[in-house]
Write a protein that binds this ligand. Structure first.
Ligand SMILES: [Ca+2]
Length: 440
């Protein structure tokens, strides 16, 4: 009986924590970066009604139909809670290692592997069209929407109106508001279905309206780019985003490595930390050929030699002191969300979908502290595709050897309900990150 009473409370606590973690990631999204960059230093804000009249006129001048403007902005009101959340973006003190170990849970990996089985034929078709390996599409989808359980529940127009009226990032969100109106005006989605997070990110890929216009896909051919409920459209939109940002087909993201202390000085000289790009890009060194990293004494995390391949890689040393050599595709993921924690989460989850053991070098005590046992490679699915990962660190692109779907893995009712909370908070913080949103 006691267990029955306590269980819901414990679950509630755990889920609140997961939501908080998700929020951190989103707080760091590129969208956020882009939005911050475009902030206007508006000192005098007119009364809301006057401001809204100007926005309505501006929207019509930009080619949005009067009918759409009237329908969307007729009775719109500010939403004070959105401003409060926007101003209170989380400051987090978790280290990268702590974050990864709490974000990449056993349940998340299991959900990802189930989704991989469930959507195998569709993912194959998406890969044929966009040349992005399914495990990366799945990883992004899982982290953005908890595998489709969250796509945002807030009506977008009041959210964007509020963020556009708030001076902090007014220019950026004013443009997002106009793009959201274009989405409706062009008939891509009905106004009453235009929903997203409090930060303005929409649908299962959590695209900002501008990203929706540039990247959302109609993969099921029904004439609508439905990133809210159409699985083909959702996967294709994520894949299109990655492809259009320079995804290298068949190549992986990187790996954890060991860097001998004696090599640090030479690395600082030969591969200095970058000074341009978003914050996470400025945590990377300049790229060097893998052979150069090998000559500097860098090895795989287990001490084995780096692969021999004509690839350039950059070194990322986290605040936890863990080092990774990352390839071009890691930087493509940073375009989706410019946070190294996010890109590492995507890469590690993608590897786990393929059967890799998460954090294989953790000492037992550390794993126990994280309360998440190391995941073992699943029986039959992972091994084959994993085997196709070449020694060079690349994967054979089109041919996926993942087993065919067997039966649908249906999340329990409990998990479904809880899942709806997760991205909600994450969205919140992250997306101003229209990263995705913000083109480029
Ligand atoms: Ca469609």
């Amino acid at each position: 009986m006691i267990t029955r009473l306590l269980l819901p409370a414990v679950w509630g606590f755990v889920w609140i924590f997961v939501c908080a973690l998700a929020e951190i990631a989103h707080a760091q999204t590129p969208a956020a970066t882009a939005a911050a960059t475009s902030a206007t230093a508006t000192t005098e804000v007119p009364p809301f009604d006057d401001w809204l009249e100007m926005v309505r006129a501006d929207a019509v001048r930009q080619g949005i139909s009067q009918a759409t403007v009237d329908q969307a902005l007729r009775d719109v009101e500010l939403v004070p809670q959105i401003v409060e959340r926007d101003r209170a973006q989380a400051e987090f003190t978790l280290s990268t290692d702590q974050y990864l170990r709490r974000r990449l849970t056993r349940d998340l990996v299991q959900s990802a592997r189930q989704a991989s089985k469930r959507h195998d034929p569709l993912l194959d078709r998406v890969q044929q069209a966009y040349d992005v390996q399914p495990r990366f599409v799945l990883a992004v989808w899982g982290l953005e929407s908890n595998f489709g359980r969250f796509s945002g529940v807030r009506p977008m127009i009041p959210t964007l109106v509020t963020l556009a009226y708030e001076p902090r990032r007014a220019t950026f969100f004013r443009q997002q508001l106009f793009d959201a109106l274009r989405v409706v005006d062009r008939g891509y989605i009905d106004l009453d279905r235009l929903k997203g997070s409090w930060a303005g990110a929409m649908g299962q890929p959590q695209f900002m309206p501008s990203t929706y216009l540039s990247d959302a896909q109609d993969f099921d051919g029904d004439g609508r780019r439905d990133i809210w409920t159409s699985q083909p459209d959702v996967f294709a939109s994520i894949a299109h985003y990655l492809k259009s940002r320079g995804w290298v087909p068949g190549e992986t993201w990187g790996r954890e490595v060991k860097v001998p202390a004696r090599a640090r000085t030479a690395i600082e000289s030969k591969a200095p930390i970058r000074t341009a790009g978003c914050r996470a890009e400025r945590q990377l060194t300049q790229p060097l050929p893998l052979s150069s990293w090998k000559a500097l004494g860098v090895t795989r995390a287990d001490g084995k030699p780096l692969p021999v391949a004509p690839l350039d890689a950059s070194l990322l040393t986290t605040d936890s002191g863990t080092s990774y050599l990352v390839y071009r595709n890691f930087e493509v993921v940073l375009a989706y969300n410019c946070a190294s924690t996010y890109a590492l989460s995507v890469g590690l989850l993608a590897d786990a979908i393929d059967g890799a053991t998460l954090f294989p070098n953790d000492k037992p005590s550390k794993r126990k502290a994280a309360k998440r046992p190391t995941l073992k490679r699943p029986a039959k699915r992972a091994a084959p595709s994993r085997a196709r990962t070449s020694a060079s660190g690349t994967t054979s692109a089109p041919a996926r050897s993942r087993p065919r779907p067997t039966r649908r893995g249906r999340p329990s009712r409990t998990r479904s309900r809880r899942g709806s909370c997760l991205p909600a908070s994450r969205r919140a913080a992250r997306r101003p990150a229209p990263s995705t949103a913000a083109p480029g």
